[in-house]
Design a protein around this ligand. Structure first.
Ligand SMILES: Cc1cc2nc3c(=O)[nH]c(=O)nc-3n(C[C@H](O)[C@H](O)[C@H](O)COP(=O)(O)OP(=O)(O)OC[C@H]3O[C@@H](n4cnc5c(N)ncnc54)[C@H](O)[C@@H]3O)c2cc1C
Length: 339
């Protein structure tokens, strides 16, 4: 492993300064992804800026009814927090669907969002990978790609983003709070990660020298019915083959008043299903409508040689999750002679 320096930041400003001082500096959250990648030689930071002691470890309700979770809140604590469990069940379920109990006890909100892809070509220094070594090629495209992207991939990269939590944040209209040399800013969670395009080495829109300070869950989606479902090879301790986070509110007449839908493990970022959402707004909240809207969204899918199974898998997950969130369809009243 390459030798590296270590800085323990006491304030957010101090952390940002330490990151800006060395382009090769990286934040250290729980270390469950970064340290593994350092051992493999994939990540080679000059300095680790430990953010573990920053005052960013609380979940709190803000005056406008939204909920902020600090960047160092552990995944287990976020999943179990009453404000999250009661108001944003999709987020709690997504967190609990990830990794294992031990990992969730160590992993942080900021680190979870910035974990790197699990593409085996990215993790193997002997393989070409444009994400790890820009310009070296993509070994996965003609190699092992059963777990890879079916939406939004480019000739340069077909990797998927692995976080479950990020998919729920996208569907819930959360925002990611950042701090750097130019001050604080917030980015919608569904725009935080990016598609690979010509620059797959950049996973997100975070700027050099910035750190994540927290995520904010809006009041608008609080307490709306929401859920997360994940299909995977094993019942636990496995990344998604496809996953769905959905938020659904229905009007009294049985039409869709609000819908947020995002797919995980289909793309380089959590895939916000905007076409499906547009088709569903105002439509009857029925399995047929859900199926039509999801099919419309997945028309954009471009499966590779070995991952075509993801398209029907994601479709069926999404239709099932939306159907379960919708109120049960009342049987039609039959008029009788007495009525
Ligand atoms: C065996 C195994 C199975 C797993 N299964 C799943 C799964 O099913 N689903 C899932 O979602 N995840 C899974 N994970 C991944 C796990 O969730 C991540 O490793 C974890 O969330 C990363 O959080 P961390 O705090 O440990 O990040 P770290 O490893 O500390 O950091 C990860 C990245 O984030 C950066 N970073 C950390 N904090 C900040 C900050 N505040 N600001 C800016 N940058 C920051 C680091 O510099 C680094 O680049 C699995 C991991 C393992 C090892």
């Amino acid at each position: 492993m390459k030798p590296f320096g270590y800085v323990r930041a006491a304030t957010v400003e101090e952390a940002a300064e330490a990151l800006a001082a060395r382009p090769g500096a990286r934040c250290l959250g729980g270390g469950t992804n970064l340290v593994d990648l350092m051992k493999l030689g994939v990540e080679r930071p000059d300095v680790l800026v430990d953010v573990g002691r920053l005052p960013l470890d609380t979940v709190e309700e803000l005056p406008d009814g939204s909920v902020r979770a600090g960047a160092t809140v552990r995944n287990s604590d976020l999943a179990a927090h009453p404000l999250v469990r009661d108001r944003y069940p999709a987020l709690s379920q997504a967190l609990l669907a990830g990794a294992s109990g031990q990992l969730r006890n160590a992993a942080t909100t900021g680190g979870n969002l910035l974990q790197r892809t699990r593409c085996p070509h990215f993790q193997d220094l002997s393989k070409p990978c444009n994400k790890r070594a820009p310009g070296s090629g993509c070994g996965a495209r003609e190699g092992t790609h059963r777990d890879h992207a079916v939406l939004g991939h480019s000739e340069h990269c077909i990797a998927t983003h692995p976080s479950d939590m990020a998919v729920a944040l996208a569907a819930l209209d959360a925002r990611v709070e950042l701090y750097g040399g130019q001050g604080a800013r917030a980015v919608p969670a569904d725009r935080f990660h990016r598609l690979p395009g010509d620059h797959p080495e950049r996973d997100t829109v975070i700027r050099p020298g910035e750190l994540i300070t927290g995520v904010v869950l809006p009041a608008a989606t609080a307490a709306l019915p929401s859920a997360y479902r994940k299909a995977r090879d094993r019942a636990s301790y496995a990344f998604a083959l496809a996953s769905v986070a959905a938020v659904l509110d229905t009007a009294d007449d049985g039409t869709v008043a609000h819908v947020g839908l995002a797919f995980g493990a289909l793309a380089h970022k959590p895939w916000r299903a905007e076409r499906a959402e547009t088709a569903l707004r105002g439509a009857p909240a029925t399995p047929d409508s859900f199926a039509r809207a999801v099919d419309l969204e997945l028309e954009a899918a471009r499966p590779l040689r070995d991952n075509g199974y993801k398209v029907p898998l994601a479709r069926n997950l999404a239709v099932d999750v939306l159907t379960r969130l919708a109120p049960p369809v009342r049987p039609a009243r039959h008029l009788t002679e007495d009525s």
